[in-house]
Ligand binder design. Structure first.
Ligand code: ATP
Length: 670
């Protein structure tokens, strides 16, 4: 038979439009993004990699993955506190059983009340049943309270243990690992593992409780009539699917819009940024940013409205399906009553069981999804702990020779992990640092020539890629690195500013022994802190951070003095001073160099890294680095004598800056 001719053309399907309605429009780069950022912002943060994955699961993955997720949470809790974990487990199981018993008790009660005979007799018979029901309810409540009581301290304990493991790994790994991009990303993302471990406990307990209540309802329904269990599943399924559909839609939307909404968030933060505050006002940047913020927010509001419309539609459809399934169940119950296969009391209990079994369904699915997301961060923490083993600074090793006479670099080359495609920063360096007679050893050279890197190798922060560093002839790889650290002190130009008191900022370099007040006073005098301490509102006890109330902020130069005091307080035989005076005024600078000299005269070895050639003249020996190579070594006088040398060239360039500019006379100045 010929097909009936089509009179009307087939209505064109609009896959693009339907796709857009379901999945949302493709996120276009908005005019604001193009104008402000040159295109769409793509954040490159490790912490965000699992964000939103809670919406990702489908029904199959969720059901199959649930035992593993719950098991992981239980294992975390077990490691933290076995008693509390056992207590929660028993309390939750007993609470689930009491729910099932409660439903059976209701059945019994209804059966007693609906039985034939005098009402007074029936009421009298019901009293012990009601009492039993009350006891079961009390047991359930008691178990819930017990579970709450045990979870309270268990959650923070799990978090603390996970965080401690994280922090230990963070400070026990090699500096090179901290520089390694992949490892550092893992370190960043694993930091959320501890709070996620805590959240997993909470979510797992909710999942277990909801599952037990579903199981209790299922078990009771099965005892009432076997057909009721599949009916419960038929009621549950549409709501479960709807919740997952809405969640997955959010997941897709989140991944499309996350960059856009972060961009808007960044604009909002810029408006309140202290550093930007002056320009926001004087240059009138406020209205400009606000306009773009409004534009970027409007498109997100439209996206939220679209998601809400779809969620309402899906929920309505699910409610309709669940309603039809419930109606079918009630018809089935009516049929069972009609045929006498079920007593009226059992039917009443079935209605109650269905209601209690489905009550926590949305919550159950949400909690499983949260468990899934949190488990990804805990997985990062597990991975970090495993990987950090390979990067751990080795424990033990040969003790540091005493006294240390010399540290020798022999053909040392070094590249930073991942830095400039592995280009060596130091190449074939051979030099010897005297360490037993007090000396100032200066390292000079242009920016990036490798001076600071060499100093870090000296302190054992990095190991050479090729060649060896030897302490009294013993390879640094064989030595106990913690002893090498203990032998060194470092003053950086940008030493760390601890958001603590001035006292802690000084004594923090030697926390392995009680505070030595005499040494603290000597360190303050050495760094010229006297005036500063008398100006600080609470002297040594002044909190040095503006983040906290009563905190005080120091100037760059004042911080630098504090850094010098800190290094002095460490009281180590080898002192590395890396651009110690960059933020100091001329008087303070001269003082610091005189102090450095006096320390050397008293037997310390000072490795001085500086661009101030005038200060280098205090050194006993100078090593000149150029593009990672050691190009000259000698006393300042010897090096100055070489007219074609690097040292001489650097020296002359700086000296020229102090000569009067030709043609510029003092008379021209006002
Ligand atoms: N953590 C790092 N990761 C990758 N490369 C680095 C790192 N630190 C320094 N570098 C690179 O190593 C080279 C030497 O740097 P280093 O800081 O040792 O030089 P420097 O002589 O002390 O410089 P400056 O006088 O500017 O302080 C530079 O090219 C620098 O970019």
């Amino acid at each position: 038979m010929r097909p009936f001719p089509r009179l009307l053309p087939r209505r064109p399907r609009r896959p693009a439009a339907r796709h857009a309605a379901e999945h949302g429009p493709e996120v276009e780069v908005s005019a604001s993004e193009r104008e402000l950022f040159g295109g769409q912002l793509v954040y490159d943060t490790s912490w965000s990699q699992h964000e939103g994955s809670r919406y990702q699961l489908d029904l199959r993955t969720m059901i199959l993955g649930m035992p593993r997720l719950v098991g992981r949470a239980v294992a975390l809790a077990w490691q933290a506190d076995r008693r509390a974990t056992a207590c929660v487990a028993v309390a939750e199981v007993v609470s689930g059983i009491s729910q099932a018993l409660g439903l059976l008790g209701v059945n019994w009660l209804l059966a007693t009340l609906l039985a034939g005979g005098e009402m007074t007799d029936r009421l009298r018979d019901a009293v012990p049943v009601a009492a039993l029901l009350g006891a079961v309810a009390a047991l359930g409540a008691l178990c819930t309270a017990l579970s709450t009581l045990a979870i309270g301290p268990l959650e923070p304990k799990v978090e603390r243990l996970a965080r401690e493991r994280y922090l230990e790994r963070a400070y026990e790994v090699e500096m090179a690992a901290m520089e390694d991009e992949d490892f550092h990303r893992l370190l960043e993302s694993a930091q959320y593992g501890a709070s996620s471990a805590r959240s997993m406990i909470r979510h797992a307990v909710s999942v277990i409780a909801a599952l037990l209540s579903l199981a209790a309802a299922g078990a009771v329904l099965t005892t009432l009539h076997w057909t009721l269990l599949p009916m419960l599943l038929v009621i549950v399924l549409p709501r479960a699917l709807a919740t997952l559909t809405v969640a997955r839609r959010r997941y897709r939307s989140f991944h499309r819009w996350v960059q856009h909404s972060r961009g808007a968030g960044m604009l909002a933060r810029l408006m309140t940024d202290t550093d930007a505050a002056a320009e926001v006002r004087v240059h009138g940047v406020g209205p400009f940013i606000l306009r773009h913020f409004r534009g970027m927010s409007a498109s997100q509001e439209a996206e939220q409205a679209r998601l809400a419309r779809l969620a309402a539609r899906t929920d309505l459809l699910a409610a309709f399906c669940a309603g039809v399934a419930a109606l079918a169940t009630y018809l089935l119950l009516a049929g069972l009553l009609w045929t006498g296969s079920m007593a009226l009391a059992a039917a009443g209990t079935a209605v109650l069981a269905i209601r209690s079994g489905t009550a926590n369904l949305d919550g159950l699915i949400r909690q499983i999804n949260y468990l899934h997301e949190e488990s990804l961060y805990v997985g990062d923490l597990d991975r970090l702990i495993a990987e950090s083993e390979q990067h751990r600074i080795p424990r033990g090793g040969a003790p540091l020779p005493s006294p240390v006479r010399a540290v020798e670099f022999d053909g040392v080359s070094f590249s930073y992990p991942g830095g400039s495609a592995g280009e060596p920063v130091l190449r074939d360096i051979s030099l010897t640092l005297p360490a037993d007679r007090g000396a100032v050893v200066a390292l000079v050279g242009e920016n990036g020539s490798g001076k600071s890197t060499l100093a870090k190798l000296l302190c054992g922060l990095y190991l050479p890629g090729a060649g060896t560093v030897r302490w009294n002839g013993v390879d640094v790889r064989e030595l106990d690195r913690r002893e090498i650290f203990g032998h060194c002190a470092i003053v950086h130009q940008d030493h760390f500013r601890w958001p603590m008191t001035a006292r802690v900022n000084t004594v923090i370099s030697r926390t392995d022994r009680p505070v030595d007040e005499a040494l603290l006073a000597a360190s303050a005098a050495h760094a010229g802190l006297g005036d500063l301490l008398s100006e600080l509102p609470r002297g040594w006890e002044t909190l040095l951070s503006r983040t906290f109330r009563g905190g005080h902020q120091l100037s760059g130069g004042q911080w630098q003095r504090l850094g010098i005091a800190r290094a002095h307080y460490r009281d180590a035989p080898l002192l590395v001073v890396d651009e110690p005076t960059a933020a100091l005024d001329a008087r303070a600078e001269a003082r610091v160099f005189a102090q450095i000299r006096s320390l050397a005269d008293r037997g310390r070895t000072i490795v001085l890294i500086t661009h101030r050639m005038a200060s280098v003249r205090h050194a006993d020996v100078v090593h000149v680095l150029h593009r990672g190579r050691l190009v000259e070594s000698g006393t300042p006088e010897e090096l100055l004598a070489d007219e074609d040398g690097h040292y001489r060239a650097l020296h002359d360039l700086q000296a020229a800056q102090f000569r009067p500019v030709p043609g510029q006379s003092k008379e021209r100045l006002p």
